[in-house]
Design a protein around this ligand. Structure first.
Ligand SMILES: [Zn+2]
Ligand SMILES: [Zn+2]
Length: 138
């Protein structure tokens, strides 16, 4: 994503949208064509508290996140990958399970991956693809 500065007018608009926590970060990035870092930096400059974001996978249907299904998928992913860590950076303290096809009911072994919250977000922002990860691991 190319680095781009926001105009004052855009920042005012962003401010309104950012406070509305229903709009996920990746959507804001798309609307303003900037990275989430740029958005967070501008919001910090305006003195806006970093909002508490809901994990990306659970966004469309927040019941999934804490629900049995994601726990099930995560445990399954740990069994398949034989370790509980981010497949990209090896971060172990907090991991999310991600479904490549976006279908949380598809718990096929090639559809599940464990990611740290940062890399999980990058996957949802389209910065990392399944192919990238496979290439790096082989
Ligand atoms: Zn990671
Ligand atoms: Zn995900």
């Amino acid at each position: 994503m190319p680095k781009r500065k926001l105009t004052d007018k855009q920042i005012t608009k962003l401010l309104k949208l950012y406070k509305n926590s229903i709009i996920p970060m990746d959507k804001l990035c798309k609307i303003f064509k900037v990275s989430d870092d740029t958005i967070l930096r501008e919001m910090k400059r305006k003195g806006i508290q970093r909002r508490v974001t809901v994990g990306f996978c659970g966004e469309e249907n927040s019941n999934w996140r804490g629900g049995y299904s994601l726990h099930f998928a995560k445990n399954l992913a740990i069994r398949i990958l034989k370790k509980n860590e981010c497949v990209i950076c090896g971060y172990k303290i907090s991991t999310d399970v991600h479904h490549w096809d976006g279908n949380k009911k598809n718990n096929n072994s090639n559809n599940l991956v464990l990611l740290c919250p940062n890399h999980h977000r990058e996957v949802h922002l389209g910065l990392i693809t399944k192919e990238n990860i496979i290439k790096n691991n082989s």
